[in-house]
Ligand binder design. Structure first.
Ligand SMILES: [Zn+2]
Length: 195
């Protein structure tokens, strides 16, 4: 998956894979297909590299949106905020994609923590004013370059997320830890406690 590959065939293959997911999702009644958009050219070393990556990924998303529209599908495509600093997908880039293409989005809070080393909830609310949020969450191990791996969520991390998420939105949280079922049950318990 890379909407910014130097090889045009790889970009096309990525779009075909996402569209295939949309086709199946549409039949299943799924609302959203989440994907990792791609890698920066040259590891995103310069602002120019990052801007060119943005434009190429935006073009790819627009191509897919045109096709989804032509087929009259209701399903939405959602690029995800990414956890590694050399991978496309900062909160600013994903927010800009929504504004400029009308695509949907997935906010992965573990990825944001790994990439930014902190989560600024108010800033995220300003960047994503939409009423409906699709959210990924888990514990995460990270270093200077961002995400290393997902890990089981600690109670305190659940509490912090659930307390800080906006209260006036429709939010779906998908847990992505290696122990996702137990983790989700834990999260639900904590949600009931603090409500
Ligand atoms: Zn995720």
């Amino acid at each position: 998956m890379n909407l910014n590959s130097l090889e045009k065939e790889k970009i096309e293959a990525t779009k075909i894979r996402i569209i295939k997911c949309c086709e199946i999702g549409e039949i299943l009644g799924a609302k959203i297909v989440v994907f990792h958009p791609g890698y920066y050219t040259n590891g995103g070393k310069t602002e120019e590299n990052k801007e060119q990556t943005y434009i190429t990924i935006k073009d790819g998303i627009n191509d897919m949106l045109r096709l989804i529209n032509k087929k009259n599908w209701k399903i939405k495509i959602a690029p995800e905020t990414m956890g590694k600093v050399n991978v496309f997908g900062s909160i600013y880039e994903i927010s800009r994609l929504i504004k400029e293409t009308g695509c949907s989005f997935c906010i992965d809070f573990a990825h944001i923590l790994a990439r930014e080393k902190k989560i600024e909830y108010q800033k995220i609310e300003l960047l994503f004013p939409q009423k409906d949020w699709h959210v990924h969450f888990s514990g995460i191990i990270y270093g200077e370059k961002g995400e290393k791996s997902h890990r089981t969520t600690e109670k305190q991390e659940w509490r912090e997320l659930l307390k800080n998420l906006p209260k006036d939105k429709e939010i779906r949280i998908i847990n992505e830890s290696p122990t996702m079922i137990d983790d989700s049950i834990e999260g639900l318990k904590i949600l009931r406690e603090i409500q």
